[in-house]
Design a protein around this ligand. Structure first.
Ligand code: ZN
Length: 276
């Protein structure tokens, strides 16, 4: 599943090239998770402005001449990827959205079709507002501090890993990154949220940021080598210290890494380095 770093690297891969481009055609494939929310033809002749990211959503601002005229909220779902190209070729069976512009074509390829492209008049209006409303802080937002994390975890009794995965305290800590951040912070992923001390929350907030920053740096450096977002998650996984390493020795202490299931997702941790 494309995670926040993959979405951010995707954004960086085309935001400058598409900026200022005029839309010349919109092609829809099979239905995605939600309907587009406007007539595709109504987008033609609009100009693409800034491409922003919020959580795992991208927002393509559109300008229709004098007045701002909304934008497209995009999500890669479980299996989606976005490519911006001068020569996209004919749409294949898994290509479900083409935004054809004077600078090139932005194409969403999504075999499982949990992805989405939704028009809204603003990021804080209509369907976009609905989809973005429950999101937690951005991990690189200065407001995401140990104190913030501690206050938010105090109100919950679920395991700390599940509180991170929920995405309503901080976005971006998907399964791989949550496992790795908890290892870096030395916290057992099964620890009840309201029992994580303030000092450990400081370490955990820093670990979430560091883990995502490392993934971003990796994505930036390997961008040319992977075809889509999944390749990047795979590359990060190769460097993971606990994720996907059940029964292998911990790289810090040699204890075999354990795998447990939490909320139907695999959790990997070192029972020696990570404490409740
Ligand atoms: Zn260990």
């Amino acid at each position: 599943m494309p995670e926040l770093p993959e979405v951010e690297v995707t954004r960086q891969s085309f935001r400058e090239r598409i900026h200022g481009a005029r839309i010349t055609a919109v092609r829809l494939g099979k239905p995605l998770r939600w309907p587009l929310g406007c007539e595709p033809a109504s987008l033609v002749a609009q100009t693409v402005g800034e491409v922003a990211r919020r959580g795992k959503y991208l927002w393509l601002a559109l300008e229709g001449g004098e007045r701002a005229s909304g934008g497209l909220l995009m999500h890669l779902g479980m299996s989606g990827s976005l490519a911006f190209s001068d020569t996209p070729g004919a749409a294949g069976v898994h290509d479900h959205f083409d935004l054809v512009t004077t600078h090139g074509t932005l194409r969403l390829t999504d075999p499982r079709r949990f992805g989405a492209v939704v028009w809204s008049s603003a990021p804080d209006a209509g369907m976009a507002a609905k989809l973005l409303s429950g999101l937690g802080l951005e991990p690189f937002d200065p407001a995401f501090t140990g104190a913030h994390l501690h206050a938010a975890l105090k109100r919950r009794r679920v395991a700390v890993k599940l509180a991170l995965l929920a995405g309503d305290i901080v976005v971006g800590a998907g399964n791989i990154y949550a496992c790795e951040a908890l290892f870096a912070a030395g916290i057992d992923p099964r620890t009840r949220s309201d029992r994580v001390s303030r000092a450990r929350c400081e370490r955990l907030a820093a670990a979430v940021r560091d883990t995502l920053a490392r993934a971003l740096a990796l994505g930036g450096s390997t961008l040319r080598d992977f075809r889509d977002a999944h390749g990047m998650a795979g590359a990060f996984q190769m460097q993971a210290q606990v994720y996907g390493r059940a029964r292998e020795p911990c790289q810090r202490c040699g204890t075999p890494i354990r795998r447990v299931v939490q909320g139907q997702r695999s959790t990997f941790f070192c029972p020696t380095c990570q404490r409740r």
